[in-house]
Design a protein around this ligand. Structure first.
Ligand code: BJW
Length: 225
């Protein structure tokens, strides 16, 4: 059976109403990424960073998975363990569409981790008001997301999955943020087939064996079904 690694980015959730990062109207507009998505920024102005993530966490309850998320859930239902889904997205739309194994390499909005005791907690509320950590009681929770300069989650397992797969598929990502941007090079270097599904040409489109252009809600079901 063909083993597939699927990487998703902000473009897969765009049609659900979750803003992308770098498109016109994206999340970074009005926010220099370095003012909100680095540990240094958090140390310098935690209120600003907490407000940014609190607003995005609250917005999750107003969005729904789209046809692309549902198609990927069907792919997992059909192929089981032969599909390894890794997402750069911090939303939970893949899970809500029914995918059961989602590897969130950049963390999750609906989680907080304590910088004192290291515990991670499911989190649906706000953090700007400095709630106590349910584990140790300290007021040191931060969003459980991966900022620039931090090491993404599950890297060893992701590299193993890329090594073991036959096909690498990248969906809705601009290909500018590493290490995800290098997955296509790793896959090609190890003799895998590669496919990109993206609205526009991305920074790494020319690296893929095949690149299809269009909205994820159309391209992904067409590829899966
Ligand atoms: C549609 C669509 C529709 C729209 N249908 N498509 C090597 C070279 C240079 C720099 C580095 C390097 N290695 C590391 C770095 C530094 C840095 C980095 O990459 N910097 C670059 C800016 C140059 N990387 C890091 O610091 C990373 N850590 C690291 O490398 O540690 C070292 C290490 C690695 C591995 C092993 C051991 C050690 C950490 C990166 C963390 C990124 N964090 C963020 C924030 C997360 C929290 C949050 O959400 O706020 O992650 S940044 C932001 O960008 C977010 C995203 O996941 C990520 C990627 O964005 P994405 O998904 O691609 O979105 P967009 O908006 O850019 O693109 C959307 C795309 O969708 C577009 O192409 C549209 O056309 C398309 N689209 N609508 C289909 N309907």
């Amino acid at each position: 059976m063909t083993r597939i690694v699927v990487l998703t980015g902000a473009g897969v959730s765009a049609e659900s109403g979750v803003a992308t990062f770098r498109d016109s109207g994206g999340l970074w507009e009005g926010h220099d990424p370095m003012t909100v998505a680095t540990p240094e920024a958090f140390a310098a102005d935690p209120d600003l960073v907490h407000r940014f993530y609190d607003a995005r966490r609250a917005a999750l309850s107003r969005v729904r998975p789209n046809a692309a998320h549902h198609a990927l859930a069907r792919l997992e239902a059909a192929l089981g363990d032969a599909v390894y889904l890794v997402t750069q997205n911090v939303d939970d739309l893949h899970e809500r569409a029914g995918t059961s194994r989602v590897h969130h390499m950049h963390g999750r909005l609906r989680a907080a981790w304590c910088t004192v005791c290291g515990a991670r907690h499911t989190w649906d509320g706000t953090l700007v008001d400095r709630p106590p950590c349910p584990g140790c009681g300290s007021s040191s929770l931060r969003p459980d997301v991966v900022w620039f300069g931090e090491v993404p989650y599950d890297m060893e397992a992701i590299e193993e999955a890329l090594w073991d797969c036959d096909l690498f598929v990248s969906i809705g990502t601009s290909g500018v943020v590493y290490p995800a941007a290098a997955f296509v090079h790793y896959a090609i270097g190890n003799g895998k087939q590669t496919l990109e599904l993206n609205l526009d040409r991305s920074d790494s489109s020319s690296d893929f064996h095949e690149s299809r252009r269009g909205p994820a809600s159309e391209l992904v079901p067409a590829w899966v079904d």
